[in-house]
Write a protein that binds this ligand. Sequence first.
Ligand SMILES: [Fe+2]
Length: 154
Amino acid sequence: MADYYKNEDTRDIINSLKVYLANTTIVYYKTHEFHWNVEGASFYTLHIMFEKFYIKLWKSMDETAERIRALGEKVPPSLAELLPQATILENETAPQSQVMAQILRNDYYALAENALKIAALATEKNDLITADMMIQRATFLEKAAWMLYSTIKD
Ligand SMILES: [Fe+2]
């Protein structure tokens, strides 16, 4: 068993993964909700694009939660416990379609930045499995942000 299990370094990584899981949960729900509520001329394009993204986000929630378990910690048992750890805000209203794409683009960049900070931390602590997982997340999120930007650009 690698030496990063069950020590203070692991605690830092687990705590950062919980924040990442909370952020991903918020962004997952927002993306799925936009998939439901989007309207207008670009309905079909965005409806399908949001679906592709929320499926990826949902899968990444599973991978992040299972990494927390593999590092020896329980995943927060309720949304009431998980979500207050998020640094990305929920959406209060369903905005116009272009604004939806802009909001998600900003969120995906923020989530990519969050993932890359964890990758740097995990690399420093010699947990290359977590680092690799987070780099893969950031790669997807940056690409998704670019696709959203290209969709709404004039
Ligand atoms: Fe659907």
